[in-house]
Design a protein around this ligand. Structure first.
Ligand SMILES: Nc1ncnc2c1ncn2[C@@H]1O[C@H](COP(=O)(O)OP(=O)(O)OP(=O)(O)O)[C@@H](O)[C@H]1O
Ligand SMILES: [Mg+2]
Length: 467
């Protein structure tokens, strides 16, 4: 603080010139800047132009006295903080008290003791300076507090704004994540469909290709068997006629007749040709079934008998049903009701039957490995159900599906099979085909014994589907 080194402006007010001179000199000598006034009025005027740091005020003066002067100083806001020290006679206690009550900070007694005057003046100036410093510090502090408060308000506002922004951001991130996971989901579904479609169309094409390749030669054989039969009948008739009219042929012919056993040949050849015809009939049936299964040569929507679809699917799976030395054959029990034709996507329904039946075969095979004497079975039951629907129950006596997994089997990519064996798509695609494309239901329930029952239920009438 540098206030004490500043010139100390002191105003001395006294009507007594001697007093004025003595005091001015004494204080001036120690470095104070001194101003004087000889009465109250001129002192009041003077302080307006030059504000002193301290006033030494005489009590008894002509005109307005010291008390009045002090009172006016104290009531004027410009001057009320200037410290006033009264100068009064030693014995004058009443005046001392009055002066102090009017706002004076101290008094000095006449006749003056200079050391005391100096000490009091110094101490009051110091107090005054300290008070001013304190005031300034107070103002600074207040400003700082204000600033801090303003900053705090601004911080709070910024904080609020930040919070709002944060929330907006979070909402946006959430929305984005939702959208992305939806897109991912869609992508997975699309990928899943593509894989399955590719799989089925490859299978369909393969089957259709084989059917087509076999169809021509089989028809060729089948068509010629009639002629072959006719020609052999003619030839046999001719041989009979020869034997009738030439009962004694030459030795060479006799030996040959004996060698080929003409009687047996005549009896066996028609049978042989008959069984060949039966064989080609069977091959033609198989080719037809293959074509029904693949349905590549037909329109997508068709009125069909579901049993032909089921049978053709069984035929495709025949090699797996038959069994070999290691695997037991799977017993197929058909319990078909008399069903009307239904309008549907036959190729896709066959895919569903294929998926359910091959899952059943997988399950049965795994159980058969554990118990060699056990008889695996698949029962296919059809019926006209309630609400104009046809129900197809596909029941196996395999190991069944635990309840906690049963809820998941229609989820895409859910599989319990080893990597490379199952993609986990069969049931989810089947579910989609039945529910979305055919407005039906596909359910999975445990049977009374072990095993599982899948039920495909689809409406008979689909006026919205156009052939
Ligand atoms: N008849 C059944 N008996 C026992 N478990 C079954 C049966 N049918 C389905 N499952 C279970 O449901 C799971 C899902 O079947 P889904 O057909 O969807 O896939 P996957 O057969 O594993 O693979 P893929 O896509 O090759 O068909 C199977 O892994 C199997 O655990
Ligand atoms: Mg499967």
């Amino acid at each position: 603080m540098h206030l004490l080194t500043e010139p100390q402006g002191i105003l001395i007010v006294d009507d007594n010139p001697t007093n004025l001179e003595v005091l001015s000199e004494a204080l001036g000598q120690v470095g104070f800047k001194i101003a004087v006034a000889i009465d109250g009025e001129s002192a009041l005027e003077q302080v307006i132009y030059h504000k002193p740091e301290l006033i030494l005020l005489d009590v008894m003066m002509p005109g307005i006295d010291g008390f009045e002067t002090c009172q006016r100083l104290k009531t004027n806001p410009e001057t009320h903080d200037i410290p006033v020290i009264f100068m009064t006679a030693l014995s004058d206690t009443t005046n001392k008290v009055k002066g102090l009550s009017l706002g004076a900070i101290d008094y000095i007694t006449k006749p003056f003791q200079y050391e005391e005057v100096l000490a009091r003046v110094r101490i009051h100036l110091k107090v005054q300076n300290l008070a001013r410093t304190l005031q300034k510090q107070n103002i600074l502090l207040k400003e700082e507090v204000d600033l801090r408060e303003q900053t705090e308000v601004k911080l709070l506002e910024a904080n609020n704004a930040l919070e709002v922004l944060n929330q907006e951001l979070e909402t946006r991130v959430y929305e984005r994540t939702e959208k992305l996971s939806q897109t991912l989901n869609d992508l997975q579904q699309t990928q899943m469909k593509l894989i399955q479609q590719e799989k089925m169309s490859a299978l369909g094409q393969l089957v259709a290709g084989i059917a087509h390749e076999i169809n021509n030669p089989v028809n060729f054989i089948h068509g010629n068997i009639v002629h072959a039969s006719e020609y052999t009948q003619d030839l046999l008739k001719l041989v009979r006629l020869y034997r009738q009219h030439y009962p004694q042929p030459n030795i060479e012919i006799l030996a040959e007749l004996d060698h080929i056993d003409v009687d047996f040949l005549a009896e066996d050849l028609p049978k042989l040709i008959g069984s060949m015809e039966l064989g080609t009939d069977r091959i033609r049936d198989i080719v037809l079934s293959l074509r029904i299964f693949s349905r590549l040569d037909e329109a997508e929507v068709k009125d069909v008998d579901l049993h032909t679809g089921l049978d053709s699917t069984l035929l495709i799976l025949n090699s797996r049903l038959k069994g070999d030395g290691i695997r037991p054959a799977i017993n197929i029990v058909k319990d078909y009701a008399d069903l009307p034709k239904i309008r549907c996507y036959p190729g896709q329904l066959n895919q569903v039957f294929m998926n359910i039946l091959s899952n059943a075969i997988d399950a049965l095979e795994s159980k058969a490995q554990e118990d060699k004497n056990w008889q695996p079975e698949i029962r296919i039951q059809t019926e006209i159900g309630e609400h104009g629907k046809i129900n197809v129950h596909l029941i196996d006596n395999g190991p069944g599906i635990p309840i906690e997994l049963r809820e998941k089997i229609f989820d895409p990519f859910f599989t319990t099979k080893p990597v490379g064996k199952g993609t986990g798509l069969g049931m989810s695609i089947s579910h989609e085909i039945i529910v979305e494309k055919h407005h039906g239901t596909l359910t999975c329930m445990p049977t009374d014994a072990e095993g599982i029952q899948f039920t495909v239920s689809i409406p008979i009438e689909r006026p919205d589907l156009v052939e």
